[in-house]
Ligand binder design. Sequence first.
Ligand SMILES: Cc1ncc(COP(=O)(O)O)c(C=O)c1O
Length: 408
Amino acid sequence: MKSSLAINGGPKTIDKSFDWPIFDETDVSSVLEVVRSGKWGNPDCAGIVKSFEDDFAAFCGAKYALTCVNGSVALRLALIASGVRPGDEVIIPPYTFIATSSIVLEANCVPVFVDIDPDTYNLDPDKIEAAITKRTKAIIPVHFAGQSCEMDRIVEIARKHKLTVIEDACHGHGAEYKGRKLGSIGDAGCFSFQSSKNLNSGEGGMVITNDEKLYDMMNSLRNVGRVKDGQWYEHHYLGCNYRITQLQVALLSTQMKRLAEQTARRHENGTYLNKLLSGIKGIRPLERGRGETIHSYHIYIFRYDKAYFNNLPKAEFAKMLAAEGVPCFMGYPQPLYKQPLFQKKNFMCYAIPEHVDYTKVHCPVTEKACYEEAVWILQHGMLGPKSDMEKYAEAILKIQKAFTSFHP
Ligand SMILES: Cc1ncc(COP(=O)(O)O)c(C=O)c1O
């Protein structure tokens, strides 16, 4: 019965609020301590900034960690410090946030889109080599939604062609590939602490690496081109002020204490929801088992097939599911290369070669994910009890029943 759907005024399947961020008095006192100290910035990135970086590096099993203003800048620092030159090509997936591509353009490099795997929505290792040219210098695998990319295969291809690997782990705090923390496997790994992320200080970012030279250069670039042992007004490289504040780090330090437990809970709920949704015709969770040992479920994604819902378009289905109380939406409406930025080459002052034409790019798996298949449940919806997962499955079945005579 369509009238029983919450979107039409019926009762919601799950009627609760999903809190995010989660905080208590320990977060408040941590921030207050910094406020009272009067030292809010940190031009030397010392003190609590350095100790948080050291803790984060140790947590990830990396030698160096470097905070900065956000995840986009983390990627920017890693790419520029890796030594790319104008016109170099950088391989990225088209199913990701705009920042993965815009930082490439801002480095005067050319984003080359390689399609995703239909079962994981991560960069498809089988398609990478065909996209490599003499100008290719780096690959940015995105651990989308918190599921690890197939890093052994990607690193092997990169080493063979002498390419830098910069992991976009902005969704992957605490997630693991074959027991190794995401971000610690390539040459550098980048994280976002923007407010929706699994580790959050409103805004903020981090790069980790095991490479001392890369670390020193990134350190200089985030600090207006200053160098170790240099003078205050001595600037060696074209950097900027990309430093984090102590106020953000105060929050991160207390939030970090919750990360492992929250990640474990999301992982467990995600595994359970996979089992529940696999039993519903027309719903397919993304596949696991390509090496990820912990999935951080920044997003829980399932694939929707409208044929089992009387051809109800995905966008409408997602709206109905959200009305039932599931914290979800349809995700990216289009692949990155379809954005006006790429179609119209609105690159402002950044110099991209004439021959580059994004109107000719076609990545069928990403297009299907955006236009037809992918539905996202957000990370804060994965932190509740298992009964929430049961309600999510119930809500999907309720919509299916309203649109078909089909009884699974
Ligand atoms: C995959 C991915 N990469 C990079 C970023 C950029 O992070 P920030 O918003 O902190 O700049 C985001 C942010 O949403 C993201 O989702």
